[in-house]
Design a binder for this molecule. Structure first.
Ligand code: NAD
Length: 245
């Protein structure tokens, strides 16, 4: 579905980002695997892709740092000459009540989850031609809010504002901009949930299971492909019916 396409996926060393990278590579895209600190995990992702005959480029760098993002984009483009698909996936989440969120934590979450997307869009756009796609990985908490992650929910809601604005601004260039809002997906980001909280979460989900990284990757494949050419400014909720709106 993505033959001839090249895609940057941020935070692709593990979890949802890794699943998106694997999925896109299996659909014949060349994928740029961005990661920040987990060298081993990123190399593991590259190995998985290459074993299945896919092509991948390692892109180390912190999305919140504009200089790093310049390097990420330049490294990728020096090989591919263009960017067809950008997936803003990198994100951090620390479960914490509002009174315990420090200024430092607030700034870190916003600068990674929201400013990171701005940095990538800013640097990648000059290489994106008509037919290109930008995808944001937001969260159900962008809509619901969170009693233990006001910083995270704010960053994810901010992403949707950026997504909608870019969709309007880039429509004349035939660049589609959309978001995916995952529910609870079984990755490292929820690894600190106790068995009790996991069971409680599953109970609340009408489809009676946690989501998988592949559930999100398949939705991203649709948004990255030509099948979604007439969709822009939209958010697809992938949450097992947990929050229908
Ligand atoms: P994860 O913690 O397994 O993966 C996050 C990835 O982002 C990692 O590869 C990490 O290295 C990378 N990353 C973090 N900070 C970075 C930085 N400054 N620069 C570059 N990379 C950085 O979590 P995940 O569940 O795979 O999450 C992926 C995305 O999906 C995140 O944006 C997250 O907020 C979102 N999301 C996850 C869930 C869930 O339940 N798992 C739900 C809703 C939204």
């Amino acid at each position: 579905m993505l033959k001839g396409k090249v895609a940057i996926i941020t935070g692709a060393s593990r979890g949802i980002g890794r699943a998106i990278a694997n999925n896109f590579a299996q659909n014949n895209a060349i994928v740029g695997i961005n990661y920040n600190t987990s060298d081993l995990k990123a190399e593991e992702t590259i190995k998985q892709i290459k074993q299945k005959g896919g092509k991948a480029i390692l892109l180390k760098g912190d999305v919140s740092n504009p200089k790093d993002v310049e390097t990420i984009v330049n490294t990728f483009v020096s090989e591919t000459k263009k960017i067809d698909i950008l997936v803003n996936n990198a994100g951090i989440y620390k479960r914490s009540n509002f009174e315990k969120i420090s200024y430092d934590t607030w700034n870190k979450v916003i600068s990674t989850n929201l400013t990171g997307c701005f940095n990538l869009c800013k640097q990648a756009l000059p290489y994106m031609k008509p037919g290109s796609k930008i995808i944001f990985i937001s969260s159900q908490l962008a809509f619901r809010g969170s009693s233990h992650g006001a910083d995270y929910a704010s960053s994810k809601a901010g992403m949707l504002g950026l997504m909608r604005s870019l969709a309007l601004e880039l429509a004349c260039k035939k660049i589609n901009v959309n978001a995916v809002a995952p529910g609870t997906i079984d990755t490292d980001i929820i690894a600190n949930y106790s068995e009790e909280i996991r069971k409680q979460r599953i109970k609340e989900i009408p489809l009676n299971r946690l989501g998988t990284p592949d559930d999100i990757a398949n939705t991203c494949l649709f948004l990255a492909s030509n099948l979604s050419d007439y969709i822009t400014g939209e958010t697809i909720n992938v949450n097992g019916g947990l929050y229908i709106h």
